[in-house]
Design a protein. Structure first.
Length: 139
């Protein structure tokens, strides 16, 4: 998958009793990549809080394809698929250094108005307005 990505090294304390990366940690890696792409686009957490906005994940599907173990170095990609309406999709791939895909994640997300507790009607425009580098987000 092309686009934005971050590097992560699997740490020993993130593994389960079989020595595999714990299933919940895949979600943490994906979250790290999503916050990193927003930062790269010029949108910090404090910017969102100041605007009383918060990105939310509505649904996530993970396909585990290959095991990850302590010391493995991986690349976590992040690509937004904006579509129309209040929600958008995010595709992410966790790839080992040798090019083997370890996991694929797809999420349905939105941008929550923290005062109204409802999704904003046009997240594309809100992100475009907030970002200093909207092209990083595919806008």
């Amino acid at each position: 998958m092309s686009g934005f990505s971050v590097q992560v090294v699997v740490r020993g304390y993130e593994t389960d009793t079989q020595g595999h990366l714990n299933q919940a940690v895949y979600l943490q890696y994906a979250e790290h990549a999503r916050w990193s792409i927003l930062q790269k686009a010029g949108i910090g957490q404090s910017d969102l809080v100041e605007q009383r906005l918060g990105p939310v994940v509505l649904e996530t599907t993970i396909r585990y394809l290959r095991e990850l173990r302590a010391g493995d170095e991986v690349e976590v990609s992040c690509v937004f698929d904006w579509g129309q309406g209040k929600s958008f999709r995010i595709a992410q791939t966790i790839t080992k250094q040798d090019g083997t895909i370890a996991a694929e994640l797809t999420s349905v997300s939105g941008l929550l108005d923290l005062k109204e507790r409802r999704l904003v009607p046009d997240p594309v425009e809100r992100f475009r307005t907030l970002a200093s580098a909207p092209d990083v987000l595919g806008l």
